[in-house]
Design a protein around this ligand. Structure first.
Ligand code: ASP
Ligand code: MG
Length: 418
């Protein structure tokens, strides 16, 4: 049994869905296919959620109609020429969606977010499942919320592993079906409230399901030929890494490589399940594999860039040192704002932290810090991480740049720069 994951970019239009079908047609084993929301749907749903929560009815209605139009255009294209296209199934989801938006939101933004944003995955999987069935690739659509149970940490649900494993095994039993099609990114609490697992979380969903079903492998179908040593959108020449260890992949995602969700590896390592990253544009090519490798590998330099970071420098008001106690207070504050720290530098009088600008509450964070510390910050910085660096690539990358922070280990160097 294999697990496939198709991201939003692979199903951004009707041609993308047809391409998915042709890929799936090439396999005759048991499959669980995990799919994200179509194209940029999740971003659009985030905008809609904000409008809903802030009481901007006009904006919300506009967002809703656009999403409906977008999905129905794809649906119509796929089912053009069909005598009885199953419109009602998609209509029903939009009706449910609309009725949700007809109620006033609660006071919990993150809760509302999960209830709304999850419609992206429900819609994409329903459309694709119906279409696959119409092309005589029989498959069972599965609402993963019956199986993947989480706590009530909205937008970052934590999986209840023992409960979910039993449920996943009983629902995905392959007794009557060879292919299951289901959602990435979403789950539900014990009381059936929808949760999400964090942005780009479908990779993680695929890994969880693979772990629970003891899959032979996971394949993530992407718009790149495999795992590259740098982002092809930013670098003129890039190289594919044919084979990586789990450890290397964890390190790369930790430093901000977006190719796979950082949580994906752990469920796979546990069961020794290899992860293939392959191109949905060139499905006959080999791609990359992440697997257990015990010997030392020689990797080419790997470049990971994160843009638009903020560097906050915190110093004591009096002449006291920044010590354990104040640092733990600072970290608590960061955690309460759900900030993921990318880099930390500490000296006697300064504590500097770099992170992504949070969606909400940055000004509030700064004013809370200013109650106890002197605070400065710089915005719009790039954090460049180079694994397996050499002098030449360092000078290429830092040429004509203002470097704010440098950190270096034997394998990795990082520059925070303007
Ligand atoms: N649709 C979700 C997102 O865009 C999950 C995913 O794509 O993995 O974040
Ligand atoms: Mg996506």
């Amino acid at each position: 049994m294999k697990v496939f994951k198709f991201g939003g970019a692979s199903v951004k239009d009707a041609d993308g869905v047809r391409n998915l079908v042709s890929i799936v047609r090439g396999f005759d084993e048991q499959l669980v296919i995990v799919v994200s929301a179509m194209g940029k749907t999740t971003n659009a749903l985030e905008v809609l959620t904000r409008n809903y929560f802030n009481g901007n009815k006009e904006g919300m209605t506009l967002n809703f109609n656009q999403l409906k139009h977008f999905h129905f255009e794809i649906f119509k294209d796929l089912f053009s020429g069909h005598v009885n296209p199953p419109n009602h199934e998609i209509e029903a989801i939009f009706e449910q969606f609309e009725s949700r938006l007809g109620h006033l939101p609660s006071l919990d933004y993150d809760f509302e977010y999960d209830q709304i944003v999850s419609f992206g995955e429900i819609l994409s999987t329903k459309i694709i499942s119906l279409y696959l069935n119409s092309t005589s690739i029989a498959n069972q659509w599965m609402d993963i919320r019956h199986c993947l149970r989480t706590d009530a940490t909205w937008r970052e649900g934590n999986i209840d592993w023992s409960l979910s494993t039993g449920l996943v095994r009983s629902y995905f039993n392959f007794e009557k079906n060879r292919i299951y099609l289901t959602q990435g990114f979403i789950g539900a609490t014990m009381t059936d409230q929808t949760t999400t697992l964090g942005r780009e979380g479908s990779d993680y969903s695929a890994a969880i399901i693979a772990n629970m079903l003891d899959a032979e492998s996971v394949t993530i179908w992407k718009d790149v030929p495999g795992i590259m040593n740098a982002d092809p959108n930013k670098f003129a020449t890039t190289q594919k890494l044919d084979m990586l260890s789990y450890r290397e992949a964890v390190e790369m995602t930790y430093y901000g490589a977006k190719v796979i969700h950082p949580k994906t590896m752990k469920p796979l390592v546990e069961k020794d399940i290899p992860l293939y990253v392959r191109s949905f544009l060139e499905p006959y090519q080999e791609g990359s594999v992440i697997c257990r490798i015990d010997h030392i590998m020689n990797y080419v330099p790997v470049f990971i860039s994160k843009e638009d970071l903020i560097l906050v420098t915190i110093s004591p008001i009096d002449f006291s040192f920044i010590a354990e106690e104040s640092i733990s207070k600072i970290y608590k504050l960061f955690a309460s704002h759900r900030i993921k720290v990318d880099l930390v530098q500490q000296s006697a009088m300064n504590f500097s932290v770099a992170f992504d600008r949070p969606e909400r509450g940055f000004d509030q964070l700064i004013s809370e810090l200013k109650k106890k510390f002197v605070v400065h910050y710089n915005e719009g910085l790039e954090l460049m991480t180079i694994r397996y660096y050499n002098d030449e690539v360092i000078s290429q990358m830092t040429h004509n740049r203002t470097v704010f922070v440098t950190q270096r280990t034997r394998t990795t160097v990082r520059f925070l720069m303007k």
